[in-house]
Write a protein that binds this ligand. Structure first.
Ligand code: NDP
Length: 262
């Protein structure tokens, strides 16, 4: 039996145990996936090994700590400094980032998109902004506080806080924050969103399983919306491929994992 879990804080809302257990059961893979409330991200490696796990996913707010906890990093994870999937191979921790690829696949349905505004500058914004730029999108980052913007600025992104933001016309605006996950807050002041949303083609939220205040506002402006469910599904499928050592491919895993969303 192989043991897996999701580490995060909060973690009780996570669909990952259901998604992965349905895959293990559906493919007759001897695996079991649970959840672990990790309060102190610095203890991630210690807890992983203490619990005798074979692999984990990492959710908010520990993706940067997860990156630091690995012995080996996939080149993309190394570049973006955020890890959401770790596999234990002979006591060494191998880190990957499946969020970014999952996100890219999830926004594939939106056509003629060039300029994208990110609300938020955490681990998820870091990985997804990089992959979007690799794919030719122009990404602007708007964050509540200054500190997290530095690495984006150093990496050549246009960055703003709420205080110095100069809105332009964007094709897509994406909530990359955890605002609305556990509370009813908007990811940016309403005055800013009221200036940005009316001219975008669509609004996307990475939060899944609920209609956030951000998506409600987008609907008020009659914009097409999308929540984080597809991103969650696709990042989960790619993580599952790693967990099962590529014994099964994307097409094998997708129908099993999708049942978690029915
Ligand atoms: P981090 O903790 O790394 O970053 C959080 C970000 O949210 C920071 O930019 C922070 O701003 C901002 N923020 C938090 N609360 C507020 C608020 N009330 N108002 C404005 N800004 C706020 O988180 P992650 O990047 O790991 O995750 C971000 C979101 O993405 C989470 O909601 C997570 O659930 C979701 N997610 C969804 C996935 C999916 O598959 N659908 C996959 C991965 C993540 P500041 O710097 O000022 O603190």
């Amino acid at each position: 039996m192989k043991y897996f879990a999701i580490f995060g804080n909060p973690v009780s809302h996570s669909k990952s145990p259901l998604m992965h257990n349905l895959v293990f059961r559906g493919l007759n893979f001897k695996g079991c996936y649970g959840r672990y409330l990790l309060k102190d991200g610095k203890k991630l490696r210690e807890k992983f090994l203490e619990l005798g796990l074979d692999g984990i996913n990492i959710t908010v707010p520990h993706k940067e700590e997860a990156y630091l906890a690995c012995d080996h990093l996939d080149p993309f994870a190394k570049r973006v400094g955020a890890v959401n999937t770790i596999v234990n191979r002979d006591g060494k921790l191998y880190g990957y980032n499946t969020d970014a690829l999952g996100f890219l696949k999830a926004i594939d349905e939106f056509q003629d998109i060039k300029k994208v505004l990110f609300l938020g500058a955490g681990g998820t914004a870091r990985s997804t902004s990089s992959i979007l730029r690799d794919e030719g999108y122009i990404v602007t980052i708007l964050n509540r506080s200054e500190a997290r913007l530095k690495s984006f600025k150093d990496d050549g992104f246009e960055t703003y806080t709420f205080n110095d933001f100069i809105p332009e016309k964007y094709d897509l605006v994406i909530n990359m924050t955890s605002a609305g996950l556990e509370d009813d807050s908007l990811p940016a002041p309403k005055g800013i969103l009221d200036r940005v949303i009316p001219s975008v083609k669509a609004c996307v939220d990475v939060i899944y399983g609920k209609e956030t205040p951000f998506l409600k506002l987008a609907k008020f402006y009659s914009k097409p919306t999308k929540d984080g469910s597809d991103m969650l599904l696709y990042q989960g499928i790619i993580a599952s491929e790693y967990f099962m050592n590529n014994l099964y491919n994307f097409e094998d895993i997708e129908p099993k994992m999708k049942r978690a969303f029915n």
